[in-house]
Design a protein. Sequence first.
Length: 464
Amino acid sequence: MINKLHVVSPFDGHVISELEFTHETEIEDTLNTAERVAHSHDAMIPPFERTAILERTANLVEAKAHVFAKQAAEEGGKPLTDSKVELERAIQGIREAARSINQLVGREIPMKLNGPSNNRMAFTIREPIGPVVAISAFNHPFNLIVHQVIPAIAVGCPVIVKPALTTPLSCFNLVQCLLEAGLPNDWCKVVICDNDLAERIVTDPRVGLFSFIGSAKVGWALRSKLAPGVRCTLEHGGAAPVLIDSTADIQDALPLLAKGGYYHAGQVCVSVQRVFAHESIANDVVRELADLAKQMVVGNPENEATDVGPLILEREVNRVAQWVDEAQKLGGTIQAGGAKINNTCYAPTVILNPPHTAKVSTEEIFGPVINVYTYTDRLDAIERANHIPFSFQAAVFTKDIDVALDTVKRLNAAAVMINDHTAFRVDWMPFAGRKSSGLGVGGILPTMLEMTEEKMIVFRSALI
């Protein structure tokens, strides 16, 4: 049995830290503790204290943001410049949760509308759902933990969090800040374990809500094994489509698309992947997008000048290379990149018209690859964009408001950006996948609502 987890740099493989795996007996104690805390109604941390804890947490994270950003870049491979932005978002998200506690309100239920409801009043309150188990992903190692752990604390749910084994240090950094800010130890526990033990935690009947960010295959499989009554939220990937019509300002659009496609080496669930360009501008789109790809600085994520860092694992570099090779063999034309730089980095790539049967067209690449497809008929392009099992965020670039709104209506997506890239997000907006891409709604307040339940109170009195 492996007793220690070696956390290594995805760029050059150096060992960053060693962590002890959580033992099975500790897991049982952790579940018992979470259940006890969740049902200790008289010992519940009141909202004003939870608000203060979160505000102090945000201040602590802000004071250490540079150190935490360097840690996130080192363990996750996201360039330091982008990791700094991630920390800024994380701080904003913690403060947003503190501000949103006062929005956990119920509603009035109309009474006196018929004879049986006379002399009655009714209203609802929101209560915490119980212990939350969160399994997180590597690609935003600090901010994803914020989005799963902080809402739970905000609403009054104890939380057990399992970070990605490739990037656990950012999780520990956040949790340590929570504890320093005054959160009692029993309210948040980090577990480091393999998938089998994680499944045992997730499927335990003591769990109130399961929060998952990661592979659709894993997420949907775990959902099918949850104990009766356990709620869940799932955030999976996509293969984000972008439609560029003939009126679009491509000088404005293409830098946005390059950022949206190559940000964190394409390892983003709403990364720009499939660009449908009208035939009248397609050549310009491909040429200029390829030029932008070639200008990207690929390398050490801890270097301030780096645009694109490594993929999280060497096997992912090999997978991306295989998918690009397949697309080329099936008729796609490589306009930029199309090759491994080394064992950990892949060149930012542009593929023109890969077949719609190729993996780069039908599955989430999760690598620095953008496909460009030419089209003549906009409705046909939209149909092609929709014809995959994923649906998350999408985009349309146009100067024609009618085209913009009609395209928004027809694209199957939870959010459509007009004249912006698909990876745009602020942390207070709802964030959700459709179809295979997810279940439930993310974002700070939406997640807080997912982690609470409504209770109705009906009061009868002859004086009402």
